[in-house]
Design a protein around this ligand. Structure first.
Ligand SMILES: [Zn+2]
Length: 199
């Protein structure tokens, strides 16, 4: 029983999982153990042996510096700051951006005891000082912690005379006004921009 209990306990501590989902996962693995366990074991081995964090930007790749940092096709003077690698993947999937990144590994949070030293910030400030960064694009989440973190970085950009921009926030494509919450609507108002015409 302790084998099962320990494993359920382990899974229940993973992000976004609780004891209920953890129990389901462990039972599913047990029912399909011949097929799933060898696959998971070798995948985890590969994860450990072949992937690393890029020392420059914090991305995950098979090499450091990563493929994005070393690509000659990308614009090194633009750096998009994201909270986690998952956010980088989402932006890459959109194909909307062709610059470099910096992955913070979280956000500033007084409640959780996460200060600037706990995030991948010192290497960002070093890049600002050493590199030819012309624009820092802040793409942290629109949460209180995300906004505070963005403001903290923006202050540092100003000191280094670097243009700082923030992703537009507000009404989603296909969104209807009467379905939006107050915060989304007020952010949309405060970040409104001039409408361009083709004339
Ligand atoms: Zn990199």
């Amino acid at each position: 029983m302790s084998v099962l209990g320990d494993l359920i306990d382990f899974f229940s501590k993973l992000p976004n999982l609780g004891p209920r989902s953890a129990r389901r996962i462990v039972l599913h693995l047990l029912k399909n153990k011949e097929k799933l366990i060898p696959y998971i074991t070798s995948s985890l081995d590969n994860l450990k042996s072949s992937l690393t964090f890029c020392q420059k930007c914090g991305n995950v790749d098979t090499s450091s510096p990563c493929g994005i940092c070393t690509s000659e096709k990308r614009k090194a003077e633009k750096v998009c700051v994201v909270e986690d690698v998952g956010d980088l993947w989402a932006i890459e999937k959109s194909k909307a951006y062709n610059g470099h990144y910096h992955v913070l590994g979280g956000v500033l949070s007084a409640i959780d005891g996460i200060g600037p030293d706990e995030l991948n910030l010192s290497s960002l400030f070093k890049r600002m000082k050493n590199n030819d960064i012309k624009e820092v694009i802040l793409a942290t989440n629109a949460t209180v912690e995300g906004q505070i973190t963005a403001q903290f970085i923006a202050d540092s950009c100003e000191k280094n005379n670097i243009l700082v921009t923030r992703l537009a926030q507000g009404i989603p494509i296909g969104g209807e006004l009467d379905n939006l919450d107050y915060n989304t609507l007020s952010t949309a108002f405060s970040s409104r921009s001039e409408m361009k015409t083709n004339l």
